[in-house]
Ligand binder design. Sequence first.
Ligand code: AMP
Ligand code: MG
Length: 500
Amino acid sequence: MGNFFTRGLKPLAELPLDPCYAGLSDAYHTPVTPTPLPQPRLVHFNERLAVELGIDTGDQALIDILSGNRPWPAYAPVASVYAGHQFGAWVSQLGDGRALTIAEIRKPDGERVELQLKGAGKTPYSRGSDGRAVLRSSIREYLCSEAMHALGIPTTRSLSLVASPHPVQRETLETAAVVCRVAPSFVRFGQFEFFYHRGQHAQLAPLADHVIAQNFPHLVDRPDRYARWLEEVIERTACLIAQWQTVGFCHGVMNTDNFSILGLTLDYGPFGFMDAFRQHHVCNHSDYEGRYGYDSQPLIGQWNSSRLLQTMLPLLSDNQEEAADIVTDIYERYSSTYSQEALRRWADKLGLREVREGDASLISRLLTILHQSKSDFTRSFRHLSRVRTDSDAPATGVREEIADLQAFDAWVTDYRARLRSEQNTDDAARAARMNQVNPKYVLRNHLAQAAIESAMNDDDTEVAALMRLLNRPYDEQPDMERYAAAPPDELRHLEIGCSS
Ligand code: AMP
Ligand code: MG
């Protein structure tokens, strides 16, 4: 501490507070104090994020505040009310059942962020549940948020992970944990749905105005700000899902209450990065109908967008027809944004400098081949950079897993021809570019599971190792090679469900 990089850092109690969200009326949230946890143990603290937030990591009060055992000075924590479409069905009242906003601070760079504790006890929205989160799911959320951030995918962040021996009953008896997560806003689609469907339309504008003022300040003075804002929200949502698709990420519970108004990946539950690629892979074992399978995610994002847009009709015009027209225009932006963004990202993964006619079919042919072969998604794309334009050597690392070699070899021939058609073709430069968009390391389920099992035995070294590894997902890390491997057979089908 005390070196150039840590100068100016402050203990939590001295960070500049800016309670804009808590300042909204009590229609949106309820004050709740966290319930203390016995014997808190700091499993991991994200020093890098702490420094970004201006936090002095030597502060002795950190663990007490981040476990919910001591209040954040001068801030009254709140839990938000919301509703949502869960697996397609309307649920009129939900809310932060185990999350609490414990502070809103200004970072040294001027950005305002909110800090939430997840798992810090019951709230008025707990609906008969215990308000707790188990260590297992907390480790998954903690690691995945930071892994996504390092991949360049918009997400809530994680600052700290505290464990406790406090027992929590799920399918088996487990123990409690609290994650402190950080985002510029935790407002969800479901918050607007709550007020719209109760007919409390007067509550929509103050919440929208808050989000716009805090997170879309360039729109504040525009007379058409609601329409422009929604356009951006819908575009961000489409772009987010294009990123999920192209990295092989399945969210698992794409309910509207888990959709961020900022287009962040939010509420990590039974998510999964695909090992073996299956177009209709369903990562959530509680999703019996496969509603949120990999290939459904783009359409679900669109459907959720339509749910959000419906709630905004009263804000857009007093004339119902006019409001409907505005919403329809915005809605249509989803599919055009998604297609464009996804195509560009797939093309980047193939090392193509620009998208040309025929590229969409080149990509879908490859995906079909990988799907039929159940090839490892991450490794296959990473190894594609080995295809050379100056030789016909086979694409090692990909070809070994392919079922239909004839189709694959024909595809590689076409791919090579496509690469050669670009100017300044340089295999080494292209491989370097591809390795910046095709990660070597992702949070595979079996890796998270190993960290969970160690931490359950009070050994937190694997959590720390994964945090370090996944901070640099695109870099070769030679002594970490085993973390890039596909799971061993016995760990291929770990069952991850909604229980958390
Ligand atoms: P999720 O599926 O995790 O997004 O949760 C759906 C809703 O149930 C949210 O409103 C959560 O806050 C709430 N919830 C989930 N687990 C618990 C729990 N253990 N205690 C209280 N509320 C919970
Ligand atoms: Mg949720």
